[in-house]
Design a protein around this ligand. Structure first.
Ligand code: SAM
Ligand code: SF4
Length: 328
């Protein structure tokens, strides 16, 4: 049974991109009101009075797009300097990163994951949506800034969609040859994107591994992280290639994480809301955090069973909430 000590914290459910696989056009997203976002002070209290006493020590900030929070640097500084924090990372689309990378580093952030689904600005624009010129140059500049500042490991997340970006898998893997970057291919999941999923389907990790293996060969690799990626290395490459295979190889029984939504709901699972707890309302009502801690401990106790049930059912259904709402 894995130790559950890893919390993914969604800072915001809004985004400056509208990726076709995450926030498909036409989807009716009910955004959380800004006054309902957990504030910096509330987050700090929840971490120090509930999560850390229960053994949580590893945290990831996500969203929506976490860099849209104007206080993201302060939140990073707070969490990075809590005595029980062993690991802090962020997942971002990097559009705003070039101006923030140094500040985030100075605040104590060391690990970063960036979504980069294509090296072709036109394909990229088709995926992330929006009119006008492609936003790829800003994202690439953000990645370069993160590299210059020294974030390590620097991971690039690629959601592979057949007929959209699967022809770029070798080019993306080639980024690891002469850079200490870690490119991770994520199997496309049916979360809030029914039409695209039915239309395109998904590619399994083994198919991608075969393509990379045929081109260069592949050996086992290693990289620091808390997630379920299977890590490999092209012989002689500086970086690694990883595969996140939640569709083809359900890893729910190994799941070590809980999720906190932007409006303060604690969820035991990405896809299963069983037992979820509203932490914000009691916190704002001045209720006892010790009592709340007991409820969180009970949910932690129930998680192995939830993991087991998810493993039995697999990631088969189509889910109506999007990743941006749940906090991917
Ligand atoms: N906006 C940030 C970003 O894109 O990196 C953080 C939030 S995003 C929801 C977190 C991760 O979820 C990204 O790596 C994204 O590619 C992934 N994601 C979103 N929708 C997905 C889907 N349907 N299947 C697989 N991964 C998905
Ligand atoms: Fe925004 Fe990230 Fe979702 Fe793309 S994957 S729409 S960048 S939250």
């Amino acid at each position: 049974m894995p130790t559950i000590d890893y919390l993914r914290i969604s800072l915001i459910d809004r985004c400056n991109f509208q990726c076709t696989y995450c926030m498909p056009e036409g989807i009716d997203l009910q955004y959380v009101q800004q006054q309902d976002w957990l504030t910096r002070g509330e987050l700090r209290r929840l971490l120090t009075e509930i999560f850390m006493p229960l053994g949580f020590s590893r945290f990831r900030l996500t969203g929506g797009e976490p860099l849209l929070r104007s206080d993201v640097v302060d939140i990073v500084r707070d969490i990075a300097h809590l005595p029980n924090t062993q690991d802090l990372a962020i997942t971002t689309n990097a559009f705003l990163l070039s101006n923030l990378a140094q500040d985030l580093w100075d605040a104590g952030l060391r690990r970063i994951n960036i979504s980069l689904d294509s090296l072709d600005p036109a394909v990229f624009q088709q995926i992330v949506g929006g009119r006008g010129r492609s936003r790829w140059p800003e994202v690439w500049a953000g990645i370069q800034a993160a590299h210059r500042v020294g974030f390590s490991p620097l991971k690039l997340n690629v959601v592979v969609i057949p007929g959209v970006n699967d022809h770029e898998v070798l080019d993306l893997a080639a980024l690891t040859l002469d850079r200490r970057w870690h490119v991770r291919f994520i199997e496309f999941m049916p979360i809030g994107n029914d039409d695209l999923f039915k239309d395109r389907g998904w590619v399994d990790s083994e198919t991608l591994r075969q393509r990379i293996r045929q081109r260069w060969g592949l050996t086992e690799g290693q990289v620091q992280g808390n997630g379920p990626a299977d890590v490999f290395q092209i012989p002689g490459a500086l970086g690694t290639v990883g595969f996140i295979s939640q569709m083809s190889e359900c890893f729910c029984d190994r799941c070590n994480r809980m999720r906190l939504s932007a409006d303060g709901w604690l969820r035991p699972c990405l896809l299963n809301e069983t037992g979820q707890i509203d932490l914000k309302t009691p916190l704002r009502q001045g209720k006892s955090l010790a009592d709340l801690r007991v409820q969180v401990a009970e949910l932690l106790g129930a998680k192995p069973d939830i993991n087991y049930k998810m493993r039995e059912s697999g990631v088969t259904g189509a889910y109506s909430r999007t990743m941006s709402q749940i906090g991917g």
